[in-house]
Design a binder for this molecule. Sequence first.
Ligand code: SAH
Length: 353
Amino acid sequence: MALRERIAALIARQGPISVAEYMTLALHDPQEGYYATRDPLGEAGDFITAPEVSQMFGELIGLWLAQCWQDQGAPAQPLLVELGPGRGTLMADALRALQRAAPAFFEQVSLDLVEASPRLRKRQADVLAPFSKDIRWWRDVHDLPADRPLFLVANEFFDALPVRQYVKTARGWCERMVTAGADGALSFALSPVPASPGVVPDRRVAATLGGLYEVSRAGEAIVEAIARQIIMRGGSALIVDYGYEHSGYGETLQAVRSHSFADVLSDPGLNDLSAHVDFAALREAALAGGAAVFGPVPQGAFLKRLGIGERAQRLGGERVEHQLDRLVADDQMGTLFKALAIVPPAAPAPAGF
Ligand code: SAH
C-alpha cells in the first residue's frame, strides 16, 4: 500500500496526527520514507546544498573546527561529528583540508556520523573510505558517546527535523493536525481542544488571531544536549541552515521536488519536507544547556570572514567564481542561510563571528 494510504488508514484508526508525526512518517518510513529510499541531493535530485555547490564550503568548515580545537588547548581524543552528512561531501572536503593544514587534529579524530538513511550511510562509507578513519554511525544524536570533546557540524540537518504547529484561535492556541477524508485524501484540521498553557511560550502570546507558531522540539532538545556535552567535555558545534533570526507567526513548512515547490500533503515520501530553522529558539536551547552562543550570522559574511574569497582566488577560474557567488551572494545562499556556533563559556570567540 502506498505511504499516503497507510497514513490515511492510521488516521482512520487512531484519529488525526500532528504535523510532526506526519513529517516523520513521510521522511523516515522504512519502506517509502523520503530519506529512506533515495539520495535527494544534487542537480539530478530535489535540492542542492552548500557542500554540493563547492568544495570550499567543507574545507573552510574543517579548518574552523580545527581552529576551535586549537583554541581549547587541543584536548585529547576529539570526536569529529556530523549530523545528517548526506552524500559525505562536506566531511570529505573537510578531511582533505585537515590532512594538509591541521594534521594533528586529523590524526587524532575519530568520526561519528548521525544518519537515519541506510542508503546515504552506504554512500558516506564509500566517499570517506580513502581517509582510513574509524567511522561509527548513529541513528540519534542522543546516542553519541558522551565522554569526549565534541567537534560537530550540521549543515541543512535541523531544517529536516519535524515541527509542530499551533494556530491562535478565539478558543486559544490549537494544534494543527493532519486528517484524512473518506477517500483517503489528507488535509489539515485544527484540534478542537486548545493546547495546555505553556506549550506556546510567553513571548509568542501576542500573536493576532490566525497567527501560527511553529516549533521543533526535536531540534531544541538536540541543541541542548550538544551544549551540555560541550560544557562538560569541551568542543564546539557549528550549525548552518536556512532560517530566521527573529521568531515570527508564519508557516514555513514546505515540500520540494525536482527543485520546485510542491504540496506538503499530496505525496508523502516523494517530496522533501523541511521547515525554516528558528535560530532564536536554538540559541535559547544552547544557553539553557549552559554554553556560550555566537550568531546567527549570515552564511555569506561567515564564509568571507573565514577567507572564502582568498580560497576562491587560489583555486581560480570562472566555475569557482560562480560557486563563490552561490554561497555568499545576498540573492543566493548568503543571507537566507545562517551560521550559529556553540562553544564552552570560557573559550575565545570562534572565527567568523
Ligand atoms: N548535510 C548534507 C545533507 C543535508 S540533507 C548536505 O549539506 O549536503 C539532510 C540529511 O540529514 C540527510 O543526510 C538525511 O538523511 C539526514 N537526516 C534527516 N533527518 C534525520 C534524522 N531525524 N536523524 C538522522 N538523520 C537525518
